[in-house]
Design a protein around this ligand. Structure first.
Ligand SMILES: C[S@@+](CC[C@H](N)C(=O)[O-])C[C@H]1O[C@@H](n2cnc3c(N)ncnc32)[C@H](O)[C@@H]1O
Length: 470
């Protein structure tokens, strides 16, 4: 039976294992808003069984009487067990996110103060997925990830997105085994030669492709990739409405990519419509095999002969570094001729080591090659790769050789005649990101920077404070 009891008559249980300090404030607010609707349960000696938080909250509110139920039929053991069970059973419940959103939406529509539900402002914000202007979340809502010069490829959100793309587009079909190098652990380590390395072959990170495509190109753009390898960049260009042409010297890789496309083009309307194309060709030939004017270049070249792709004489991965560099520089020069003014060329590279252990300066040589070809050097973005087995290898490596475990690659962004015209196209850039089976679920359509016209010179003068390291 319930009765109103002076608060001074009831006693907290000294052995209460539940720490409820943080709940007292919200419960007090709730009692204040909604009244004392749930009594405190006490045993026959007025010791609290259930309701310690309500008791503390009542004290903070200065209440002198509280509703109480005396559970006088329970044995001492039952009292003790009930005290635990009441708290423990609460832990078994969880929120149905859709129903929760629907309930909160009703309240919001009625202009009810949502913080009175005891959800924190941050939780309410997360539930409604409304990133606040000026937070990394709000930047991510616009740019996929905040447009900073470090991309955290191992963070959980990134990895979840990567999984969504690899699954929905069947990107792990094995088709790029022969060509995949950019993201393989050995390349991340930067000090392994790949011949005979059968494990660890992975694909180009689709989220990295997605981010770079959305930041540096626009829907409808023509994209060229002169060291295509596997199908990921073509796939991502396709689902983002860009027209991709990938060139690779190995006919078997081109064939594998075509097979992937035939099997998977139906998975996304845009992919089906934009028809990424792969062509057999080599470094000097893009202008012959894929003539035209392109709006964007995205590629991941061989890292010298770190991984040798074939025994074809023109495969530059078969060359020693001096000769490789010469051909590589030609590739940069060729690419320049294929791009329109105001186009970006994004080259994903990483340092790797000579047999005697020092870096070749591949990143530096890439920058020089593209500068010499006529490009402007515009951004360096560090792509932080997932740690993988590096954690296991780093100790030995540092102890034995003082080499830091390499967990990044360099995304070098060049531009062609950027300062003569506007950098960013003025039309809307819309990215379609599909969840799960793209045929069955609704696509989540997200705007990626809408109508931004930036004058490069003006932007570089006005947006970067003194001392800003870019
Ligand atoms: C680093 S891989 C690209 C791998 C790709 N990132 C992927 O995810 O599969 C470089 C590619 O360049 C190709 N390649 C090597 N020499 C070439 C040449 N002379 N012309 C065009 N492609 C070449 C190789 O066949 C290889 O597929």
């Amino acid at each position: 039976m319930m009765n109103l009891t002076p608060i001074s008559d009831i006693k907290p249980y000294p052995g209460n294992p539940r720490v409820n300090d943080k709940a007292i404030g919200p419960v007090a607010a709730s009692i204040k808003e909604f009244g004392f609707q749930q009594p405190i349960v006490v045993d026959k000696d007025n010791v609290i069984i259930v309701g310690h938080t309500r008791y503390e909250a009542a004290k903070t509110l200065g209440l002198t009487e509280v509703p109480v139920i005396v559970a006088d039929k329970l044995s001492p053991e039952q009292v003790q067990a009930y005290r635990l069970a009441d708290n423990r059973t609460n832990q078994n419940s969880e929120w149905d996110p859709d129903l929760l959103l629907s309930e909160l939406t009703d309240l919001k529509d009625a202009n009810f103060d949502l913080t009175k539900t005891a959800f924190t402002p941050q939780e309410i914000h997360d539930i409604f997925n409304e990133p606040t202007v000026g937070t990394p979340d709000s930047l991510a809502a616009t740019f996929i990830v905040p447009p900073f010069s470090v991309l955290h490829g191992g963070n959980p959100t990134w990895l979840a997105r990567k999984k969504a793309w690899t699954t929905s587009l069947s990107l792990r079909s094995g088709e790029s085994r022969e060509g995949a190098v950019c993201m393989s652990p050995a390349v991340q380590a930067g000090n392994l030669r790949m011949e005979g390395n059968t494990g660890g072959v992975s694909i180009f990170d689709p989220v990295l492709a997605e981010v770079l495509i959305s930041w540096f190109s626009a829907p409808g753009d023509k994209v060229i990739d002169n060291f295509a390898g596997g199908s990921v960049r073509g796939a991502m260009c396709g689902v983002m409405g860009r027209h991709y042409t990938g060139i690779d010297i190995r006919p078997q890789q081109v064939k594998a990519n075509e097979v992937w496309y035939t099997k998977n083009r139906h998975k996304h309307d845009l992919l089906d419509a934009t028809s990424p194309t792969w062509i057999v060709g080599d470094v000097p030939s893009p202008a012959t095999v894929a003539p035209g004017e392109y709006d964007f270049a995205l590629t991941c070249p061989p890292y010298g002969n770190l991984e040798v792709y074939s025994d074809m004489p023109d495969d530059i991965s078969t060359k020693e570094y001096v000769e490789f560099k010469e051909l590589y520089r030609r590739a940069a020069a060729e690419l320049y001729t294929l791009l329109k003014d105001n186009a970006f060329a994004v080259i994903v590279v990483g340092e790797f080591r000579t047999k005697t252990g020092e870096y070749y300066n591949f990143v530096g040589d890439t920058i020089t090659a593209y500068l010499d070809a006529g490009f402007q050097y515009y951004n360096e973005v560090i792509y932080e790769t997932p740690l993988g087995t590096l954690i296991l290898r780093a100790r030995k490596q540092m102890t034995a050789t003082r080499k830091a475990g390499k967990t990044h690659q360099n995304v070098l962004v060049f531009g062609k005649n950027l300062n003569k015209t506007l950098v960013t196209p003025s039309h809307q850039n819309v990215l379609v990101f599909s969840k799960g089976d793209v045929r069955k679920t609704n696509a989540v359509v997200r705007n990626v920077f809408t109508n931004i016209d930036i004058d490069v010179e003006e932007a570089s003068l006005s947006e970067e404070p003194d001392g800003f390291d870019n």
